[in-house]
Design a protein around this ligand. Structure first.
Ligand code: HXC
Length: 527
């Protein structure tokens, strides 16, 4: 139908209406315009839509709220409108599974968050919650839309509130692809995993200029809050990625190990059981000298399905290793002490890192495998004054309240309180295995002998020989798994090579485990 004139208005015909929709669609795709897209590319960054294109299965992305515009009026901002208002929102599939995604568009007012920008994100979060699917946020934003004042701050709080309600219900992942500063950091911080891109992203509560004014420190944005700082020093980010593509690939990988929501289980990958699942390589990992290190990652590689280990928090607190893997095609979460870093001791950072991972796995029905080689908690004023009591308790609490299938393998040392904490039988582990090399005791033989035979050693004619005699006696009595096995604290002492087969069988046996913690509003984990 052609256009017609009614009074002062010229009414469009159908073809013109279709042309108008095409025009609006094209306009929306351009975000803040070609010049700003070029500037974004010049910084080595992709646009919001290019990121979604890489993340979501080809042809499956369904955008919503493409034509939303801001309602700001101050400082002439109403003279400038961009369709979509700085964030692309929608849903689609990742490896065939429904996922919601919002991607901030830095080309529109620097990706800053207006009231309407926040409304779009909140609408998407509500949809993700109702439909029980993960939500991914790709952050690239100058923070609160300065021209909107408290409307923007309110928008942030609306998002934080939803992040909190969604926590433990649907997986929430945050990719940081550019600036993420001020209070804006608290949305990613509440989500389950943060991934940052090296050199082009940063997160901080206050930037370098404010830092300079308040503390007189001179520091660059990258040093203060780049991927390196947050993956090694603060532990805020779980993955430091070389570029945006690696970041997006890691997001997809994480999702492959986790279910859609807390009522679901993770995808099961096809796996045909072999007649012999033993792995001889495991026999040779533990050194003869109990004080020599080895790499717990080698133990993990010897246990899990080939190349299935995805390490989380790789560069932070490397005295403990955590990550996802598959065993006979099924997802598990692994927590393992790392003897090659500080002898695998538990300290503040390691306790916090592991506790958070355990809680994620428990929220989302991912069974836990705990590999133990721990000489105890790290002594010292630094540790005590920074709260090793509270932080160690976090890990103890996290394991104790976890109702997912939980299996422990003690490969070598399990000393003192750390024995209890590392998923011992006493705090609800389902199956506890030990290798013949296991040493389950209150402490190492030398320390123990020095305390309990102090008088005898000092009064001896040859204290050194006496000490050695007592160390040997203590070692013979306690540096083995059999005391614990006699009491049933260890269910079975197994050959290292048969560990994988035992775990396949163990997790299969626990497949339908039902366990409940007492009814409560929520627990009070020592924060
Ligand atoms: C409105 C913004 C903006 C903002 C950037 N822009 N940040 N518009 N509100 N917060 C606009 C710029 O005017 C510019 O518009 C475009 O985005 C790109 O910005 P540039 O400065 O040219 O880019 P770049 O040099 O890359 O610098 C990026 C930046 C810088 C470091 C993020 O823009 C910046 O410092 N912005 C302000 C950051 C900030 O202080 N935000 C408030 C934080 S407090 P044109 O038209 O030229 O393209 C906060 C509180 C949250 O967020 C509280 C939650 C509880």
């Amino acid at each position: 139908m052609e256009s017609s004139t009614k009074g002062i208005y010229t009414l469009p015909g159908n073809q013109e209406k279709i042309d108008l929709l095409n025009k609006k669609n094209e306009e929306a795709l351009l975000g803040g315009g070609e010049a700003r897209i070029a500037a974004q590319h010049k910084k080595g960054k992709l646009t919001a839509r290019e990121r979604i294109h890489l993340l979501i299965d080809e042809g499956s992305f369904q955008e919503i709220d493409k034509f939303v515009m801001h309602r700001g009026k101050d400082f002439d901002i109403d003279k400038e409108h961009f369709l979509g208002d700085g964030v692309v929102t929608g849903y689609g599939n990742i490896n065939g599974r429904l996922t919601y995604v919002f991607s901030q568009d830095f080309t529109v007012f620097g990706g800053s968050l207006s009231e309407t920008h926040a409304e779009k994100i909140c609408k998407l979060m509500d949809m993700a919650m109702k439909n029980g699917a993960p939500i991914i946020g790709l952050n690239d934003s100058g923070g609160a839309r300065i021209q909107e004042g408290v409307n923007s701050l309110g928008g942030y709080a609306d998002i934080f509130y939803r992040n909190t309600l969604a926590s433990g219900v649907i997986p929430q992942l945050s990719g940081i692809m550019g600036p993420c500063a001020g209070g804006a950091v608290y949305s990613p911080a509440i989500t389950d995993f943060i991934l940052m891109v090296e050199n082009t992203s940063y997160m901080f509560v206050t930037g370098p200029n404010v830092v300079k004014t308040v503390t007189q420190e001179t520091v660059s944005a990258e040093e203060l809050g780049g991927a390196s700082a947050h993956s090694t020093k603060s532990g805020v980010t779980h993955f430091s990625c070389a570029n945006e593509l690696e970041c997006i690939q890691n997001i997809k990988k994480i999702l492959s190990y986790v279910p859609q929501n807390c009522e679901d289980i993770a995808p099961i990958y096809p796996y045909e059981l072999k007649d012999d699942e033993s792995r001889a390589v495991l026999n040779d990992i533990i050194p003869d000298n109990p004080n020599h290190p080895y790499d717990m990652r080698e133990v993990i590689a010897g246990i899990v399905d080939d190349s299935s280990f995805l390490e989380v928090h790789k560069n932070f607190a490397d005295n403990i290793v955590v990550g996802f893997a598959r065993i006979a095609g099924r997802s598990i979460g692994i927590v393992g002490n790392q003897p090659q870093s500080m002898a695998g001791v538990l300290d503040n950072d390691a306790s916090i890192k592991a506790a958070r991972f355990v809680r994620f796995c428990d929220c989302f029905n991912v069974p836990l495998l705990v590999l133990v080689d721990v000489p105890g908690f790290l002594p010292g004023t630094d540790q005590e004054w920074n709260g090793i009591i509270t932080n160690g308790a976090k890990l103890l609490y996290a394991f104790s309240e976890a109702t997912v299938p939980r299996i422990t393998v003690i490969t070598r040392k399990a000393y003192g309180g750390a024995y209890d904490v590392m998923n011992s039988k006493h705090i609800g582990a389902d199956l506890n295995f030990a290798w013949p090399s296991a040493e389950i005791a209150v402490m190492g033989a030398k320390g123990a002998a020095e305390i309990i035979f102090k008088k005898e050693i000092s009064e001896s004619e040859n204290p050194e020989a006496k000490l050695q005699e007592k160390v040997d006696e203590y070692t013979a009595k306690f540096a083995n798994p059999y005391r614990a096995a006699h009491r049933g604290f260890v269910d079975e002492v197994i050959f290292p090579a048969e560990t994988r087969a035992k775990l396949i069988g163990g997790f299969k046996m626990l497949e339908n485990k039902v366990d409940k913690i007492p009814r409560k509003k929520h627990g009070n984990i020592p924060l």
